[in-house]
Design a protein around this ligand. Structure first.
Ligand code: FMN
Length: 209
């Protein structure tokens, strides 16, 4: 196993929002999904389910439902009155040009533990998908736009009531040459600490307040 190349793929993967109209075959998508499904999970059944939006008819229906949901949620109100129409059209055009979307869901569970485990496992599934896609020159944007919390939208796109959308994945081939977005991560020392340091820091801040 080439562990170095796994590390390189993890570090190099970027969210790709630039669209291309190159076809992605369903065979490739199925291969990527199969790889993604080797994510860890902690439930009786694998928690992920995926709805594939690929044909022109499905894409048009999907975008129609997104736009209706945005309207329902009054999402355009944050724009000035005169800009609302163009903002709506821009959003609609963008989504219509996404060649393929995956609607990835997890079961909703009343137990916080089971719910966390389902969301965690499906998030690992999504990241696996992003990484294998990247290794095949396919870009992904993991989206959690407000419509995913709209019950009417969920129902209209075939997500049953006892499941939650963890991501809408916009998927498209990466055209070469492409200027990759840069991405910065804080050094490990900014967000990690030994337990004793953490507790010391907390007791010191208690003393100050
Ligand atoms: C849970 C989650 C939700 C996200 N939702 C959105 C989204 O709604 N729209 C979007 O453009 N990007 C979304 N992203 C992508 C992030 O903005 C992106 O991962 C981040 O800017 C870091 O860039 P990188 O993926 O290139 O490292 C989401 C990412 C995650 C993990």
């Amino acid at each position: 196993m080439d562990r170095e190349s796994i590390q390189q793929t993890i570090r190099e993967r970027r969210t790709i929002r630039t669209l291309s109209d190159q076809e992605i075959s369903i065979d490739i998508i199925n291969e990527l999904l199969e790889s993604a499904s080797y994510a860890p999970y902690h439930s009786k059944n694998e928690p992920w389910e995926v709805i594939i939006v690929k044909t022109l008819q499905d894409r048009q229906l999907f975008v129609e439902k997104i736009m209706e949901s945005y309207d329902r949620l009054n999402s355009w109100a944050r724009y000035d009155q005169q800009n609302q129409g163009s903002a709506r059209k821009k959003t609609q055009d963008y989504f219509l040009n996404v060649p393929l979307t995956l609607i990835v869901t997890a079961p909703i569970n009343e137990s916080p533990k089971k719910n966390l485990e389902a969301i965690g496992a499906v998030s690992a599934f999504i990241q696996n998908f992003q990484l294998v896609a990247w290794s095949k020159q396919i870009g992904v944007t993991w989206r959690t736009i407000p419509v995913i919390f709209d019950e009417a939208f969920k129902q209209e796109i075939g997500v049953v009531a006892d499941r939650q959308i963890i991501g809408l994945l916009s998927v498209n081939r990466i055209d070469e040459p492409i200027k990759l977005p840069t991405s910065y991560r804080k050094p490990v020392t900014h967000w990690s600490a030994h337990l004793s340091e953490k507790l010391k820091g907390m007791s010191e801040s208690d003393e100050i307040s």
